[in-house]
Ligand binder design. Structure first.
Ligand SMILES: Nc1ncnc2c1ncn2[C@@H]1O[C@H](COP(=O)(O)OP(=O)(O)O)[C@@H](O)[C@H]1O
Ligand SMILES: [Mg+2]
Length: 254
């Protein structure tokens, strides 16, 4: 049994003086994808920002057993936490290649891995990122995080607003990426969650209301509906496109 890569304990956070996350505790195993779920506005993005020290927070956060909750954001990031933010945030007026080069943090960026995962980006390396489709911009954003030798990726709603075919491509890329780095994934598309996630942490009103196996949660229609609502599961009644996730460590403990 591997030690968790991330431990969040009694984490609270504020934005502009207002409490957005309260007394949150959960763990992210050192393998595979852990889903951070919940309806709109429950505090998923705020939790990620609090882990990164982007917003005022209190409580304990450890990365590979070491406290990071007192560290400034740049220290946390260089310690090996990659962030793929909710709105992609590529540099629109720079080329794909320039976007990627700016993201290289380590002496030996993983260019081969990125070229293998994103052949389309290699073909578009001279194209301005602002002229890419939403899905392609999401790939740039993911590629930026994967270039560095991270211990953990925090990925916030990577499939939001993308066409179904592109959603599947992003999911496939995340599945590949999760073989090399554990991922805490905020995701509203339950089909993607079903395909990728071993563990699930569900928030409501800034608090953790459920932790456990993602597959067990999604298999329980009643619980899924109560915790996540009907929204977000448009095609969640369809069978999962790939069963790989069950092979991953399903453990997420409070
Ligand atoms: N910049 C902000 N200023 C004030 N309140 C905010 C800000 N960002 C988020 N919030 C509030 O914090 C709560 C949690 O938001 P967020 O973490 O973005 O939720 P989620 O990612 O789950 O949709 C919401 O009530 C939201 O209105
Ligand atoms: Mg959010």
């Amino acid at each position: 049994m591997h030690a968790p890569i991330l431990t969040v304990s009694t984490l609270s956070a504020r934005i502009a003086g207002q409490q957005v996350v309260e007394d949150i505790s959960f763990q992210v195993p050192s393998l595979g994808v852990t889903a951070l779920l919940g309806r709109n506005g429950v505090g998923k993005t705020s939790t990620i920002k609090a882990i990164l020290g982007l917003i005022e927070r209190s409580g304990e956060v450890t990365l590979a057993g070491e406290r990071i909750d007192g560290e400034p954001t740049h220290k946390i990031v260089t310690r090996g936490v990659g962030y793929v933010p909710e709105d992609r945030e590529v540099f629109a007026s720079l080329t794909v290649a320039e976007n990627l080069r700016l993201a290289e943090r380590d002496d030996n960026p993983r260019r081969e891995l990125v070229e293998k995962l994103f052949p389309d980006l290699v073909a578009r390396s001279a194209q301005l990122a602002g002229t890419l489709s939403g899905g392609q911009q999401q790939m740039v954003s993911l590629a930026r995080a994967l270039l560095n030798d991270n211990e953990l990726l925090l990925v916030d709603e990577p499939t939001k607003g993308l066409a179904p075919k592109i959603v599947a491509e992003v999911a496939e890329t995340l599945e590949e990426a999760a073989r090399t780095v554990p991922i805490l994934l905020v995701e509203q598309n339950l089909q993607v969650v079903r395909r990728l996630a071993a563990g699930a942490v569900v928030l409501a009103g800034g608090r953790v209301v459920h932790t456990g196996s993602a597959q067990a949660l999604l298999a329980d229609e009643e619980l899924t509906k109560r915790l996540l609502g009907v929204h977000g599961g448009d095609d969640s009644n369809q069978p999962a496109p790939a069963p790989h996730a069950s092979a991953l460590n399903p453990e997420v403990r409070q």
